[in-house]
Design a protein around this ligand. Structure first.
Ligand code: FES
Ligand code: FES
Length: 180
């Protein structure tokens, strides 16, 4: 029995050495918001944070994780889908089929934490995730929107996005990891 520190909890799992973190998250811990796309670190659907850094969990052996390393999945990003990136995703209706979106959101949240005012070039360099539905333009717009909201919040300005949210159940599932 080994332990992983996921979304603030120490959780037990059993897996052979070399089993990708993605499969432990999905199949043993029930965190199915993180998706399998390619299995070779190309698409980004499986992106999680390890100590705040975006990592492609399909190529990261679970056995390489220490219990002191904090893993965050889309389910642990915010309690109610209220991270500014998630709000911007809803406001701009970014998801189409939704499959790639939890990975996109995990990459985007790491980006705005690292670079609170990202340029288009910063976004292009950080957002290497693949979307078969072609949501790239909306992803870019949502990142800029979230960055503006976060900057405004620091000055005490009232966030604008809350009143603009489209409350589509489908889209809320796509930004919170509720879609299996
Ligand atoms: S499933 Fe991990 S990068 Fe595609
Ligand atoms: S929204 Fe369909 S794959 Fe990206």
């Amino acid at each position: 029995m080994s332990k992983l520190n996921v979304n603030g909890k120490l959780l037990d799992y059993v897996a052979d050495d070399g089993t990708p973190l993605l499969w432990v998250l999905r199949e043993q811990l029930g965190l199915t918001g993180t998706k399998y796309g390619c299995g070779i670190a190309q698409c980004g659907a499986c992106t999680v944070h390890i100590d705040g850094v975006p990592v492609r969990s399909c190529v990261m052996p679970a056995s390489a994780m220490k219990p002191t390393q904090k893993i965050t999945t889309i389910e642990g990003l915010s309690a109610t889908g209220s991270h500014p990136i998630q709000k911007a995703w809803l406001a701009l209706d970014v998801p189409q089929c939704g499959f790639c979106q939890s990975g996109m959101i995990m990459a985007a949240t790491a980006l705005v934490k690292d670079k609170p005012n990202p340029t288009d070039k910063d976004i292009d360099e950080a957002m290497t995730n693949i979307c078969r539905c072609g949501t790239y333009n909306r992803v870019r717009s949502a990142i800029h929107t979230a960055a503006r909201e976060m900057a405004a919040a620091k000055t005490g300005a009232k966030p604008k996005l809350v009143s603009e949210l489209g409350k589509s159940v489908l889209n809320i599932e796509h930004i919170s990891g509720d879609q299996a």
